[in-house]
Design a protein around this ligand. Structure first.
Ligand SMILES: *[C@@H]1O[C@H](CO)[C@@H](O)[C@H](O)[C@H]1NC(C)=O
Ligand SMILES: *[C@@H]1O[C@H](CO)[C@@H](O)[C@H](O)[C@H]1NC(C)=O
Ligand SMILES: *[C@@H]1O[C@H](CO)[C@@H](O)[C@H](O)[C@H]1NC(C)=O
Ligand SMILES: *[C@@H]1O[C@H](CO)[C@@H](O)[C@H](O)[C@H]1NC(C)=O
Ligand SMILES: *[C@@H]1O[C@H](CO)[C@@H](O)[C@H](O)[C@H]1NC(C)=O
Ligand SMILES: *[C@@H]1O[C@H](CO)[C@@H](O)[C@H](O)[C@H]1NC(C)=O
Ligand SMILES: *[C@@H]1O[C@H](CO)[C@@H](O)[C@H](O)[C@H]1NC(C)=O
Ligand SMILES: *[C@@H]1O[C@H](CO)[C@@H](O)[C@H](O)[C@H]1NC(C)=O
Ligand SMILES: *[C@@H]1O[C@H](CO)[C@@H](O)[C@H](O)[C@H]1NC(C)=O
Ligand SMILES: *[C@@H]1O[C@H](CO)[C@@H](O)[C@H](O)[C@H]1NC(C)=O
Ligand SMILES: *[C@@H]1O[C@H](CO)[C@@H](O)[C@H](O)[C@H]1NC(C)=O
Length: 835
C-alpha cells in the first residue's frame, strides 16, 4: 500500500507535467548513469539515483566504458549500461496513450560480462518485443545486409499503454544476461495511425485497422532520395529517417529529385513526417534510359510469419497538373495500386501525402519488396513513378513481435502449427468494423487470392541469396554499376575488359590457409582482406566480398572495372580475381606497411617523420591527380581517407579502394548528380548539400587527410569537447589563426621546417574551401606539396634561399606539363627529384 501511494504521487507528477504540452512528452533514460546527460539536444536522465518517474525492480550491474568509438551522435549515452543477470523491470509511470519505446544497445565488455555474449527477452506491458536476443548478432546481420558497420542498435516499438504504467521487463536467458544502454519513451501523436489501410492485392479495399490496439515494431523508416533525416530534425517524435539507398535494388535506375519550395501537408497531418522527407524523392526519369520499362525496387529483409504495414510518402515536386505521372505500386510482387497519380491523390503539387498498405509475409520467405513502375495500360509516355519516403512496421501477432533467432533458416515445409496466415488480421476487420457486404467481398477476394496463389505456386521459387553470377550483371534490373546506362559497351564489355589473372577458388583457399582468420589484415563493409601468398611466393592481399551484401556486389563490379582500366605507380594494382563458386574475390599487390592511418595514431608503430608524411601525401596526391586527369574520362575516387592510402615496403603511398569511385562528368557537364557516399568526417559538405559530385569533392577529403597527417588524430572523435569532435572544423579554425602548430602531432616537434609546415597548412586550408570552385585542383595541390617538400629538404640540407627560388621556377614549368597518362602506361612522372 505504501508503495502504491508513492507510485500515485509519481503518476500525478507525470500527468501534471504532461498536461502543459499536451502533444509532445518524452522520458529519456540513460541506463547505468548517475547523472543526466545532454545528447542530441535532449536531456537523458541517469537511472542510478532514485527518480520519481520510474523504478527499477532489480538494479543489476552498473557498467561503464571509457571511450565509445564510431557513434558520435550518442557517444556519451553509450558509455554506460545496465547488465542484468536476473530479471528486472523498469516500471515507468506514464499517461495512458501510445508510445514509441526505443531501446538503445551498444555492446561493450565490463568486468566478466561481454555484451557480445548476452541473450535475453524483453517485453513491454505484456507485449513481447524481443526473444533470445543477441545484440551483436543483430548488428552484424544488419551490417552485412547493407554493407555498413554500425556498432550500436536502436530498436523502436509502438506500444499502447492503457494503464498508468509501462513495465519494460528484461529477462536474461538461462546462464546469460541482459543489458541496455538507454531507453527512450516518446509519446506518439494520436492521429499517427488512424488512416484506413489498403490490403495489398485487395483492389482498393480499405479498412481501419485500429492500429493503436496492436503492437508494432519499426522495421525501416526511410527518406527516399537521400540524405538521412536525423531524429533531431523530427522534433515531434524524434524519428530517424535513414537514406533509402542501401535498400534499393538498382540505385541507378532512379534519379533523385529535390525541391524545398513551399511544401504543405495535404491534411492536418504535419506530424506524419517532417517536410524534409517530402523535399527529396526518387523518380524513374533518367535521360539515359529511354525505355522506362523497369521498376524502381526496394528490397527489405523482414521476419517471416508477420503482417507488415507499409506506409508510402508522396509529394509531387515537378508537375502542376494531373496525368503527368501515372504508375503502379507493387508490394511483394502483387499490385497494391494502379494508375497512381500523386497529384490527384494529394490534391495538388507540393502536397505531402501518404498511403498505407498492409500485407503478410509468410513462413516461407523473409524478404519484402516494394516496387514502383510503369502502368502498361496507360499511355506509356506518361509513365514515371515517384516516391518520397517509406516506413515499414511489423504488426504484432498474438501479443508477440519477437522473431525466432534463426530467422535466416526458413522452414521450407511450413509444417509448424502456424495459424492460417493473413486471415487473422482480416477476420478482425471483418468482425469488428466492416459490414456484411464488405465481409463477403473480403471472402471473395481471399478466394481470388487463394486461386491466384495456387496458380503462382509452381514458378514461385526464390533465388537464393548470394552472388548473382557475374555474367548476368549486364542485364537490366540487376545492373547496379555506375555506367550501365551511360555506355552500353561498358556493360557488355565488363567481363572482356578484365585484366589480370583468374584464380581458382582452390588457389585462393591455399593462399589464405582456407580463409584463416589469423591472416585477416582488414575488414570493411565489403568483406575481409587476408594476407596471402601465391604459389610463386609473392605476397598478396586478398579481398573476399561478403556474399550477403548486394551493395558489395555493386562495389566489387565498380572496383574491378576501375582497376582494369588503371595502372599507376600510386594506385594499388590488381593482380587478379576469382569468381568461382559465386565468390567475389580480388587479389591485389600486398602493401607491407598497411594504411597511412596506422602510422599516424592508434597503433604502436613508430611515428612517421615530417618528410615521410610529406612523401606519403605527395604519393596519394599523384594517384588522385592521375585519376582526375590521366584517364580519358576523369574518375572521382569518392572515398579519400587515410585508411584508403596504403604504404608499400618502401613507404610509397598508393590509393586503394575504388569501390565507390565514379566516372566523372562528360565534357558538357560540370558535375555528376549522385547519391551521397563517402566517409563521415571526410565528406565534402557541398557534395552533401547539393549531391553533385565533382573532382573537388576528392580535393576536400584530401584536405582533411592533410590535417589528419599534421594532427595525428581521428577525423571524428566524439570523446573530445564539442568544438574538437570534427577535425576538419577544428583544424581549420587554428589554421585561419595561423597557429596550426598548436595542435600539431607532438612527435613532429623540432624535426620539421616551419616554412614547409606553414605552406602545408595553407594547402590544407585551400582544399577545405566551402565552395568547390574555390578549391585547387589535385594537380595544383600536388604541385604545392612538392614545393613544400622542397622547402623542407632545403631546410634540412641547409640550402640557401636563392637556389630554392630557382627550383620554384623549375616546378612551375613542370606543373604545366603535368602528364596525361594513357591507359596501361606506368604513369610515374617523377617530377620531384631524380634519385
Ligand atoms: C520526471 O519527474 C520529475 C520530477 O517529478 C519531473 O520534473 C519531470 O518532468 C519528469 N520527467 C518527465 C520526462 O516526465
Ligand atoms: C558517477 O559515475 C562516474 C563514472 O561512472 C564517477 O566517476 C563519479 O564519481 C560518479 N558520481 C557519483 C556522484 O557517484
Ligand atoms: C512493476 O509493475 C508490476 C505490475 O505491472 C508489478 O507486479 C511489479 O511489482 C512492479 N515492480 C516494481 C519494482 O515496482
Ligand atoms: C568501420 O569499420 C572500420 C574497419 O573495420 C573501422 O575502422 C571503423 O571505425 C568502423 N566505423 C564505424 C563507424 O564503426
Ligand atoms: C563483439 O563482437 C564484435 C564482432 O563480432 C567485435 O567487433 C567487438 O569488439 C566485440 N565486442 C566485445 C565487447 O567483445
Ligand atoms: C489502446 O489504447 C486505447 C486508449 O488508450 C484503449 O482503449 C485500448 O483498449 C488499448 N488497446 C490495447 C490493446 O491495450
Ligand atoms: C545501411 O543501413 C543504415 C541504417 O541501418 C543506413 O543508414 C545506411 O545508409 C545503409 N548503408 C548503405 C551503404 O546503404
Ligand atoms: C521548385 O518548385 C517551384 C514551384 O513550387 C518551382 O517554381 C521551381 O522551379 C522548382 N525548383 C526546381 C529546382 O525544380
Ligand atoms: C483539420 O483540423 C481542423 C480543426 O482541428 C478540423 O476541423 C478538420 O476536420 C481537420 N481536417 C482534416 C483533414 O483532418
Ligand atoms: C515490376 O514488378 C512487378 C512485380 O514484381 C512485375 O510484375 C512487373 O513485371 C515489373 N515491371 C517491369 C516493367 O519490370
Ligand atoms: C519479386 O520481384 C523481385 C524483383 O523483380 C524478384 O527478384 C523476385 O524474385 C520476385 N519474387 C517472386 C516471389 O516472384
Amino acid at each position: 500500500m505504501k508503495w502504491h501511494g508513492l507510485f500515485l504521487v509519481a503518476v500525478i507528477l507525470f500527468l501534471h507535467s504532461s498536461v502543459g504540452e499536451a502533444q509532445v512528452k518524452a522520458l529519456l533514460i540513460d541506463c547505468g548513469s548517475n547523472s543526466s546527460t545532454h545528447v542530441d539536444g535532449r536531456k537523458w536522465i541517469g537511472d542510478t539515483s532514485p527518480i520519481e518517474n520510474f523504478t527499477l525492480s532489480y538494479p543489476g550491474i552498473v557498467a561503464s566504458v571509457a571511450v565509445v568509438d564510431g557513434e558520435p551522435a550518442y557517444g556519451s549515452l553509450y558509455q554506460t549500461a545496465r547488465f542484468f543477470d536476473a530479471p528486472s523491470t523498469y516500471n515507468i509511470s506514464v499517461f495512458p496513450r501510445t508510445y514509441f519505446v526505443r531501446l538503445h544497445f551498444f555492446p561493450f565488455s565490463f568486468e566478466s560480462f561481454n555484451a557480445n555474449e548476452s541473450a535475453f527477452d524483453v517485453s513491454a506491458n505484456g507485449l513481447k518485443l524481443l526473444s533470445a536476443f543477441n545484440v551483436p548478432g543483430e548488428i552484424s546481420w544488419k551490417n552485412t545486409k547493407n554493407s555498413s558497420n554500425y556498432s550500436s542498435l536502436v530498436k523502436e516499438y509502438f506500444v499502447n499503454v492503457s494503464s498508468n504504467q509501462l513495465a519494460i521487463i528484461f529477462v536474461p536467458k538461462l546462464g546469460s544476461f541482459a543489458f541496455v544502454n538507454a531507453i527512450e519513451i516518446v509519446s506518439v501523436i494520436d492521429q499517427l495511425f488512424v488512416d484506413s489501410v489498403s490490403k495489398v492485392g485487395g483492389n482498393g479495399l480499405k479498412a481501419n485497422l485500429n492500429l493503436d490496439d496492436w503492437g508494432m515494431e519499426t522495421m525501416f523508416r526511410l527518406n527516399v532520395g537521400v540524405p538521412a533525416v536525423e531524429s533531431s530534425e523530427d522534433q515531434d517524435m524524434w524519428r530517424k529517417w535513414e537514406s533509402d539507398e542501401g535498400y534499393m535494388f538498382s540505385v541507378n535506375a532512379a534519379t533523385t529529385l529535390s525541391n524545398t519550395s513551399s511544401i504543405s501537408y495535404s491534411n492536418n497531418g504535419s506530424f506524419v513526417a517532417p517536410l524534409l522527407v517530402y523535399e527529396t524523392a526518387r523518380t524513374m526519369t533518367n535521360n539515359e534510359v529511354l525505355e522506362k520499362h523497369f521498376n524502381m525496387s526496394w528490397k527489405f529483409d523482414v521476419d517471416p510469419n508477420f503482417d507488415y504495414l507499409i506506409r508510402l510518402h508522396f509529394c509531387e515536386l515537378i508537375y502542376d497538373k494531373p496525368n503527368q505521372r501515372l504508375f503502379k505500386i507493387y508490394i511483394n510482387n502483387k499490385t497494391a495500386a494502379e494508375n497512381y497519380d500523386v497529384f490527384v491523390r494529394a490534391g495538388g503539387m507540393n502536397k505531402a501525402y501518404h498511403e498505407d498498405y498492409v500485407d503478410s509475409i509468410s513462413q516461407q520467405t523473409n524478404t519484402l519488396w516494394v516496387q514502383l513502375g510503369p502502368d502498361l495500360l496507360t499511355s506509356s509516355s506518361t509513365t514515371d513513378a515517384l516516391l518520397n519516403g517509406m516506413e515499414i512496421f511489423k504488426l504484432s501477432r498474438n501479443g508477440n513481435l519477437a522473431h525466432a533467432t534463426d530467422r535466416i533458416t526458413i522452414d521450407q515445409g511450413g509444417s509448424t502449427a502456424s495459424p492460417p496466415k493473413s486471415k487473422i488480421l482480416w477476420v478482425i476487420i471483418g468482425s469488428g468494423i466492416l459490414s456484411v457486404i464488405i465481409l463477403s467481398l473480403v471472402g471473395a477476394f481471399i478466394f481470388c487470392l487463394y486461386i491466384r496463389k495456387k496458380k503462382a505456386a509452381v514458378p514461385a521459387k526464390e533465388t537464393p541469396p548470394g552472388w548473382l553470377p557475374l555474367s548476368l550483371h549486364g542485364a537490366m534490373g540487376s545492373t547496379t554499376n555506375a555506367q550501365a546506362y551511360k555506355s552500353p559497351s561498358c556493360v557488355n564489355g565488363s567481363l572482356a575488359n578484365r585484366t589480370g589473372r583468374r584464380f581458382t577458388i582452390a588457389e585462393i583457399r591455399s593462399a589464405t590457409n582456407n580463409f584463416d582468420d589469423s591472416l585477416v589484415i582488414g575488414t570493411g563493409g565489403f568483406g575481409k582482406v587476408y594476407k596471402g601468398e601465391t604459389e610463386e611466393g609473392t605476397p598478396v592481399a586478398i579481398k573476399r566480398a561478403n556474399p550477403q551484401s548486394e551493395q558489395g556486389l555493386a562495389e566489387f563490379e565498380t572496383e574491378i572495372e576501375m582497376l582494369s582500366k588503371l595502372r599507376h605507380r600510386h594506385l594499388v594494382s590488381m593482380i587478379g580475381y576469382c569468381d568461382e563458386q559465386n565468390e567475389m574475390i580480388l587479389v591485389y599487390e600486398y602493401m607491407a606497411n598497411g594504411t597511412l592511418r596506422s602510422h599516424l595514431f592508434g597503433s604502436v608503430l613508430p611515428p612517421l617523420t615530417w618528410k615521410q608524411r610529406l612523401e606519403a601525401c605527395i604519393g596519394a596526391a599523384r594517384g588522385l591527380h592521375y585519376l582526375h586527369t590521366g584517364v580519358e574520362r576523369c574518375i572521382i575516387h569518392r572515398d579519400v581517407k587515410t585508411t584508403n592510402i596504403l604504404l608499400d615496403e618502401n613507404f610509397v603511398a598508393k590509393m586503394s579502394d575504388f569501390g565507390l569511385s565514379k566516372t566523372g562528368p562528360g565534357l558538357d557537364h560540370t558535375h555528376v548528380s549522385t547519391a551521397v557516399k563517402g566517409s563521415f568526417g571526410y565528406l565534402d559538405p557541398e557534395y552533401f548539400r547539393r549531391q553533385q559530385l565533382t573532382q573537388k569533392s576528392d580535393v576536400y577529403s584530401f584536405g582533411v587527410v592533410l590535417f589528419e597527417v599534421v594532427c595525428a588524430r581521428s577525423v571524428i572523435n566524439p570523446t573530445l569537447p564539442k568544438d574538437q569532435i570534427n577535425l576538419a572544423e577544428w583544424a581549420i579554425r587554428w589554421q585561419r589563426q595561423h597557429s596550426l602548430e598548436t595542435i600539431m602531432d607532438p612527435h613532429l616537434e623540432g624535426s620539421y621546417s616551419l616554412e614547409s609546415f606553414k605552406k602545408f597548412g595553407e594547402i590544407a586550408e585551400k582544399c577545405l574551401a566551402d565552395e568547390g570552385k574555390n578549391r585547387p585542383t589535385m594537380g595544383e595541390v600536388l604541385w604545392h606539396l612538392e614545393y613544400t617538400l622542397q622547402l623542407h629538404e632545403a631546410y634540412t640540407e641547409n640550402l640557401s634561399i636563392e637556389s630554392l627560388s630557382k627550383s620554384e621556377v623549375r616546378f612551375a614549368d613542370m606543373a604545366i606539363s603535368l602528364p596525361l597518362v594513357k591507359e596501361g602506361e606506368e604513369a610515374s612522372p617523377d617530377i620531384s627529384r631524380s634519385n
